[in-house]
Design a protein around this ligand. Structure first.
Ligand SMILES: Cc1cc2nc3c(=O)[nH]c(=O)nc-3n(C[C@H](O)[C@H](O)[C@H](O)COP(=O)(O)OP(=O)(O)OC[C@H]3O[C@@H](n4cnc5c(N)ncnc54)[C@H](O)[C@@H]3O)c2cc1C
Ligand SMILES: C=Cc1c2[nH]c(c1C)Cc1[nH]c(c(CCC(=O)O)c1C)Cc1[nH]c(c(C)c1CCC(=O)O)Cc1[nH]c(c(C)c1C=C)C2
Length: 475
């Protein structure tokens, strides 16, 4: 038998790809909680016309990982439930940062890069000049923090206001700790090879001017082609993103996969080419296993037999995020439409950002906002065990200060998501390599997928599930 640990989006996707490879495969998915979806959780108030998302709310449609998700959505028959936002929509164009006491619209066009836009004190194209004239790093580097790379190449303002804020909005992390390879691997490698990012881009464009592309682009499914033709910027699923894992789980159950909820699985031992899983007091013999649970959780289950692997798995840090959904029964509370705002850490405020849900999606006559707080700075602001009231108060205070909304929300929900986002800190790539090398060296019949390893977005974790299954040996 084959088993999957975890029924978050990556575990369910792994089930989908396993069945696509071997439709008759006996398969069980073990989930610790009483629901599927993991961090994807939508609380629906459909009679009143709105949804509270506790975790992700939008998915990117561009790039190979994104096309893979769209193909999955199509396979599940969910294409007609997709709610897309085109690149010309205000929610796509208007992203703001709160800095120096006011809301600043980030440039979304070339002309914006040519002008000086606050909070920056020079036009953004100056950053490109700086890169052209800054020397290469004194010694070759294997990795460094995102902040240090951007500060070296493009200057402190870009590091403080653009990149640090963007990292808050992707992994709730501190740019001074996150590896440059998390988002800028190619730029970093170009700089290391050519002594500058722009120099490298120009040199490579010149060298490749007559070369044919080495690979044909992968063919696009119909939905990905539609997303391209209609120029989608982001999308979600009607009624909330949770419909995606729910639909996947329904499809798998319909194909005979057993999804066991509320499992207490204790220990995993590897015995030659078998795995013994102790679950709910009983032993299960498995031929192979896909783990989609967070790395630090897997570490606990294999600690006794493989302490070295457990140490590597637990070395991937995670942060806590508090997500506070607010609903007001009035449509006109926001002075500026947009996707939302981010607060760069240099502002030293206790919130990471606010998403304007009701600008992105039609939520009848409601204003719906989501305040995100904590991340790498959770303990600094809130200590170890803040109360719900304390968290709500901080969120409302900042909504008042930044968005000038003084009234109390008609409905709210405070979600404290403990250890919800992994931090790809400097050296992450080597840590993941050490984990995979250990598994290969000891020939352990386990495949890893999920947010701990190769990307934290919904697209990344679905693709990680596909790759982990494709790389598994056949019987
Ligand atoms: C606040 C927030 C906002 C986000 N926003 C976005 C966004 O806008 N766009 C985007 O693309 N991504 C976003 N993400 C990231 C994305 O949601 C996650 O990376 C993704 O959902 C992770 O999926 P997963 O399956 O890897 O892990 P998880 O969702 O963590 O699923 C793992 C599952 O395993 C179960 N489990 C754990 N331990 C065990 C065990 N011992 N036995 C059995 N089961 C176990 C858990 O209960 C869970 O169901 C966001 C994440 C957060 C937290
Ligand atoms: C705590 C704050 C967070 C906000 N969103 C996330 C966190 C942790 C999670 C998240 N957001 C995005 C991704 C990546 C998706 C992918 O690449 O597939 C993740 C994991 C998308 C995203 N959201 C914002 C940006 C700049 C990005 C990067 C990609 C893109 O440009 O679309 C903006 C943003 N995120 C948050 C806020 C408040 C915000 C405001 C503008 C919250």
């Amino acid at each position: 038998m084959t088993a999957i640990l975890g029924a978050g989006i990556s575990g369910l996707a792994a089930g989908h790809y396993l069945l696509r490879k071997t439709p008759t495969l006996p398969l069980t998915i073990y989930e610790a909680t009483d629901r599927v979806g993991g961090w994807i959780r939508s609380e629906r108030y459909l009679d009143d016309g709105y949804v509270f998302e506790a975790g992700p709310r939008t998915i990117r449609p561009k790039g190979p990982a994104a096309s893979n998700t769209l193909e999955l959505i199509e396979d599940l028959g969910l294409a007609d439930q997709v709610y897309s936002i085109s690149s010309s929509h205000t929610a796509a164009r208007n992203r703001m940062i709160y800095a120096k006491g006011k809301l600043n619209l980030l440039p979304s066009s070339l002309s914006g890069i040519l002008k000086t836009v606050p909070p920056f004190t020079k036009p953004l194209y100056f950053a490109a000049f700086r890169d052209l004239f800054a020397g290469r790093s004194k010694t070759p580097l294997k990795d460094e923090s995102m902040y240090s790379f951007v500060e070296r190449r493009f200057g402190k303002e870009i590091a403080d206001y653009a990149v640090s804020a963007m990292l808050c909005g992707i992994c709730a992390g501190d740019a001074k700790e996150i590896s440059v390879k998390f988002l800028m691997k190619e730029l970093f490698e170009r700089e290391q090879r050519h002594g500058g990012v722009i120099k490298g881009l120009l040199k490579e464009a010149f060298q490749n001017r007559n070369k044919k592309p080495a690979q044909q682009p992968t063919p696009m499914g119909a939905l990905a082609a539609q997303a391209k033709a209609e120029n989608w910027s982001i999308y979600s699923i009607r009624g909330g993103l949770q419909a995606l894992p729910e639909c996947l789980a329904g499809d798998l159950s319909g194909k005979g996969v057993s999804i066991v909820m509320g499992t207490k699985f204790e220990e995993l031992t590897f015995d030659r080419d078998r795995i013994v899983l102790r679950v709910d007091g009983k032993e299960q013999q498995l031929r192979r296993l896909v783990s989609s649970i967070p790395a630090y959780k897997l570490a606990k289950h294999i600690q006794k037999q493989h302490p070295q692997l457990a140490t590597s798995l637990s070395s991937i840090p995670f942060v806590d995020v508090c997500v506070i959904n607010l609903q007001y029964k009035r449509a006109d509370l926001l002075q500026q439409d947009g996707f939302g705002l981010l607060v760069p850490p240099i502002e030293n405020l206790p919130i990471l950002g606010v998403i304007f849900d009701s600008c992105c999606f039609d939520m009848k006559d409601n204003t719906v906002l989501t305040v995100m707080m904590g991340g790498a700075w959770f303990e600094k602001w809130f200590g170890k065990n803040p109360s719900t009231e304390q968290l709500l108060e901080v969120a409302l205070e900042n909504v008042k200060k930044i968005l000038h909304i003084n009234q109390h929300p008609d409905k709210y929900k405070v979600n404290l998501l403990r250890k919800c986002i992994p931090q790809y800190t400097v050296g992450h790539q080597d840590r993941v390599k050490a984990i995979r090398d250990y598994i290969a060296h000891h020939r352990l019949p386990i495949a890893l997928c999920g947010a701990s390893y190769d990307g934290v977005g919904v697209n990344d974790v679905i693709l990680s599930a596909r790759k982990s299954v494709e790389n598994m040996e056949q019987d």
